[in-house]
Structure formats: structure tokens, C-alpha cells
Design a protein around this ligand. Structure first.
Ligand code: NAD
Length: 511
């Protein structure tokens, strides 16, 4: 039996229960598929087979989950941080125990290659451990002295949180939000993406198994416009952490306005990678290929705009084209696969549409630009596209301005540093940027002028959990990571103590 066959057999075993029983919600410690909910098919991106059915939650389930999160909040808030830390470490242990199952199910549900998903459970567990260790000190603040008063601050958890996640790498992204919220002492209602709901159910099961108290963690499946919308409007929910597209972000802000929600938005990107003539050619090439073609290009921090300086442009593009043409497209459970199928039909049609748009706008399709007919042992029904490279593009073309969110790279030439900065910044997004140069002064100048929340110099996307993660412009509002996460999930309270010596103004004291 090949590794692909044994992976498929293992995945089928794990998926059996999702095929037999509809995937519902997890509310106040109970798993449920309410009678009134409609059920939709969960379609596999690999071959359009049905992976099971998903219950579509309504306002009723969201209200129920928010009420549970509100009722559970005081006890969870008041639990000593050291106890929360122990529980969340226990939770991380349980994730690790189910790492293979999580990876296989995530691959089947999203089309992401197992090569990358193998680490997803480990990353998720690491998120829990990192924030768990911070739980005991999360409430600590600062003190500030005046002559006759002393001020001190503390942080208190803000309350029940709504977490709304997208379909790309859903397991890891969910833990990135939920772990700090729980560590801070908040309770959670999670609304996963309707296109990739399965590992959210695994997380809920792990929460139950790990002994997270009922109501502290709730999960409701459903559509964004219904369940997601209600969650953003519910008065018990004090803050919303959304990871999603730049069109959903403003909607969530508006929906949360009446109840004055604190809103954290991690949205789309069209991130530039700037390659200068003096860059380390081979390392830059590896990083450029990795940062757009890994994870099927369905990655918010992908470097989807290549800005390449004229001196090395032709040599770089030639080497790049060879590498792109050589990328292995295939079944996501094949360990050799580098690019798998796209998440679903609507997204597949969107990505495909850019192949025509590119030529209509006057760019050249140097590699790819077609659907992949038979990467799957001749089965043509999956949502596969060829890794694609557009060259000779201008920055005002749609392929340079819009987030395609697939294995598609747009290359644009430049001559000077100033031109590179202008091109990099002439876009509505500002999530990430990548700079390749051996000139330290230039790297420092660019790090000041490029409009992005995160920049990497001579590196692909390297995550450091204490560092801030987030974007500017239409890529988002707010930061995650380290203490920045606690700033979002907690309120600062100031207490002012008098020494008993100061003069209090006297009104009405005339005799
Ligand atoms: P999406 O915005 O369509 O959906 C994201 C989530 O929001 C889903 O759960 C959806 O049901 C929900 N939603 C939709 N409309 C809603 C509404 N009116 N109210 C409340 N919830 C609503 O995004 P997607 O297509 O699932 O995900 C891909 C997008 O996510 C890309 O743009 C990508 O760049 C972005 N993303 C950003 C980051 C980041 O860190 N900046 C990370 C991953 C993905």
C-alpha cells in the first residue's frame, strides 16, 4: 500500500462518523443538531464527494451559545490564572494526542497538502501553551505615583468573545484566537467557516475532553450572514475577533456598532516581495516560491506580488518559471504533493477567472494559467489549478491589485528603490511585505516606508508568537501575538488611592 493509500484509508476511518452523523454545534457542554436546522453537504475539494452534512445554525443557536458564554464567564474569569494555565496545557496535550487525525481531516476538508498540515496540530498546541503560560500574569498592570495619590492599573477579561474564522488553515487560525481569549479569562462563542467546519468540531470535542467547564467554549456552525451576523450583534458578546476577507471586515464593524463591540480584524492581503539586484539569489528564489505556492496560495501572508529589480529580472524570472513548472500538484494526502485542490467551486471559479483577466489586461501567462485536469489519478472532478506565474504585469492591473488567494504569482519589474516603494504601497492592502537585499541601509529605509503591519527582511514568513501580527489599511485593525492579544481580550482598569492628605474642594460649606 502506498503512503497515499494508507493516508486515504486512515482519513476515511476518521471521517466515517462525520458521514454517518451530521456535524452540529457545541453549546454549554452539549453537542447538538437542532431539529429546525437545515443541513448542507460538506463537499470535498478533492473530488466533490460528500464528506458529511453540516447543521446550519440560526439566531436561536447563537443566542443560546451567547447566553451560555455569559453565564460561564464569572467563574472562568475568577478562576486563578495558574489553574487556567494547567487546564490549557492539558488541552494542548489532547491536541497533540489527536495530531494525526487533525492533520488528515484538515487536509480532506480544505484540500491543503498533508505535507503542511502535519504541523498544524503542533502549531495549534503551541499557541495554547504559549498563552497558557501567560495566564497567571495577564491581570498585572503598572503603577504611577503622584504626590498625594498612587495609581495602579490591572487588566480584567473583557467578557464573552465572538471568534469568527475563515476556511483557510482553520484549525491553526482558530487556536490563534481562542487560546489567548481563554487564557485571558474570557469565554468564547466560535463560528467557523461554512466551507471547512470539521476541525472546529474536533476542537470542541477536545475542549470537552480536556475538562474546559461547560459554557466556556461554545461553537455554532452556520452562514456568516445569519449566524455570524447575529454573533456580532449579540449584546452579551463584548468583542469580536474576525479573520476573513476585506469585504467582511467592514460589515462586522457596522453590525457590532450598536452594541459598541471591540473589533479585531485580520483581513486580506496582496503582499509584495521586493527583490533587489544585490539579493541572495538562491535564498530569495526559495522564499518567493514558498511564500506563494505553499498552502495552495490560500494564505493571507502569501507574497502574491513579486517586485523584481531590472538588473536580475530576466535571470530570476527564468529560474522562477522552471521551479513553478516543477511544482507537484496532486492529492493532498500524498506526502509528495506541494499544491492541492482549492477549497470549493466558487473560489475555484474566482481563481480561474484571473487567467483570462491577466491576458485581457496585457500581462503574459508564463507558467500555468489553466485548470489541472487530472492530478488525482485521472479523476478530473477536484478543484485543481496549475501553479501560475504572470509576468510583464503593471501594478494597476487587476492581477496586481486584487487578492486572488490561489497559487498564482504576479511579477512586476522596477528600476529604483523609490519605484519599488511606490508600487508596493499603491494598493488598498497592507498586511505583510518581504524585502530581499544585502544593503542594510536600504532594508532599514524600506522598513520605514513600506505600508504594512509586518515586514520580513531576507526571510519568508517566520512566526514568533510574542511579536505582533496584523495589518494596516484594508488588511485589518488590531494586533495578535504576545501581550497584544491580551490588550484586545482584556480591559484596563485604573485604581487611584489617596494618601489621605490632599485638600478636597469644599462646596456648600458656608456657615
Ligand atoms: P470571509 O470573509 O468570506 O469569511 C470569514 C468568516 O466570516 C466566515 O466564518 C464567514 O461565515 C464569516 N462571515 C461572513 N460574512 C459575515 C457577516 N456579515 N457577519 C459575520 N460573519 C460573517 O473570508 P473567507 O473567504 O472565509 O476567508 C478568506 C479570507 O480571509 C481572505 O481574504 C484571507 O486573506 C483572509 N485571511 C486573513 C488572515 C489574516 O491574518 N489577516 C488570515 C487568514 C485569512
Amino acid at each position: 500500500m502506498s503512503t497515499l493509500e494508507s493516508n486515504v484509508a486512515a482519513a476515511e476511518k476518521y471521517l466515517m462518523r462525520f458521514k454517518q452523523f451530521a456535524t452540529g454545534h457545541f453549546i454549554n457542554g452539549a453537542f447538538m443538531v437542532p431539529e429546525g436546522n437545515s443541513l448542507i453537504d460538506n463537499i470535498s475539494p478533492i473530488d466533490q464527494s460528500v464528506l458529511g452534512q453540516i447543521a446550519i445554525g440560526t439566531d436561536i443557536e447563537i443566542d443560546h451559545a451567547c447566553d451560555a458564554a455569559q453565564a460561564a464567564f464569572p467563574a472562568w474569569r475568577d478562576m486563578p490564572g495558574s489553574e487556567r494555565r494547567a487546564l490549557l496545557h492539558h488541552f494542548a496535550d489532547k491536541i497533540v494526542e489527536r495530531a494525526d487525525e487533525i492533520a488528515l481531516i484538515e487536509s480532506m476538508d480544505t484540500g491543503q497538502p498533508i505535507k503542511f498540515m502535519k504541523k498544524t496540530a503542533i502549531r495549534g498546541a503551541a499557541n495554547f501553551r504559549f498563552f497558557a503560560d501567560k495566564a497567571p500574569e495577564a491581570t498585572a498592570g503598572i503603577s504611577s505615583f503622584q504626590e498625594e495619590h498612587t495609581n495602579f492599573t490591572s487588566r480584567v477579561p473583557i467578557g464573552p468573545i465572538g471568534v469568527i474564522t475563515p476556511w483557510n488553515t482553520p484549525f491553526m487560525l482558530s487556536t490563534w484566537k481562542i487560546a489567548p481569549a481563554l487564557a485571558a479569562g474570557c469565554t468564547v462563542v466560535h463560528k467557523p467557516a461554512e466551507l471547512s467546519p470539521l476541525t472546529a468540531m474536533l476542537l470542541a470535542e477536545i475542549a470537552k475532553d480536556a475538562g474546559i467547564p461547560d459554557g466556556v467554549w461554545n461553537m455554532v456552525n452556520g452562514y456568516g450572514q445569519v449566524a455570524g451576523k447575529r454573533l456580532t450583534e449579540h449584546p452579551a458578546i463584548k468583542a469580536i475577533a474576525l479573520v476573513g476577507s476585506s469585504s467582511t471586515g467592514p460589515l462586522v464593524m457596522k453590525q457590532g456598532a450598536d452594541t459598541l463591540k471591540r473589533i479585531h480584524l485580520e483581513l486580506g492581503g496582496k503582499n509584495p516581495v521586493l527583490i533587489f539586484d544585490d539579493a541572495d539569489f538562491d535564498r530569495a528564489l526559495d522564499a518567493v516560491v514558498f511564500m506563494i505556492y505553499s498552502l495552495n496560495g490560500e494564505r493571507c501572508t502569501s507574497s502574491s506580488r513579486l517586485l523584481i529589480q531590472s538588473g536580475i529580472k530576466s535571470r530570476f524570472i527564468e529560474a522562477l518559471a522552471k521551479r513553478v513548472a516543477n511544482i507537484r500538484v496532486g492529492h493532498p494526502l500524498d506526502p509528495a504533493t506541494e499544491v492541492g485542490p482549492l477549497i470549493g467551486k466558487v473560489h475555484y471559479e474566482k481563481v480561474k477567472s484571473y487567467f483570462n483577466i491577466a491576458t485581457q489586461d496585457g500581462a503574459e501567462v508564463l507558467v500555468g494559467g489553466k485548470v489541472c485536469e487530472s492530478p488525482n489519478n485521472g479523476n478530473p472532478t477536484g478543484y485543481y489549478v496549475e501553479p501560475t506565474l504572470f509576468v510583464e504585469a503593471q501594478n494597476d492591473m487587476r492581477i496586481a491589485q486584487e487578492e486572488i488567494f490561489g497559487p498564482v504569482l504576479t511579477a512586476i519589474g522596477f528600476d529604483t528603490e523609490e519605484q519599488a516603494v511606490d508600487i508596493a504601497n499603491d494598493i488598498q492592502f497592507g498586511l505583510a511585505g518581504y524585502i530581499w537585499t544585502n544593503d542594510t541601509g536600504r532594508a532599514m529605509r524600506l522598513s520605514r516606508t513600506i505600508e504594512a503591519g509586518m515586514l520580513w527582511v531576507n526571510s519568508e514568513n517566520n512566526r514568533n508568537l510574542p511579536s505582533p501580527f496584523g495589518g494596516v489599511k484594508m488588511s485589518g485593525v488590531g494586533r495578535d501575538g504576545g501581550d497584544y492579544s491580551f490588550d484586545f481580550y482584556m480591559e484596563i482598569k485604573n485604581v487611584c488611592l489617596a494618601l489621605g492628605t490632599h485638600k478636597i474642594p469644599v462646596l456648600g460649606g458656608f456657615s
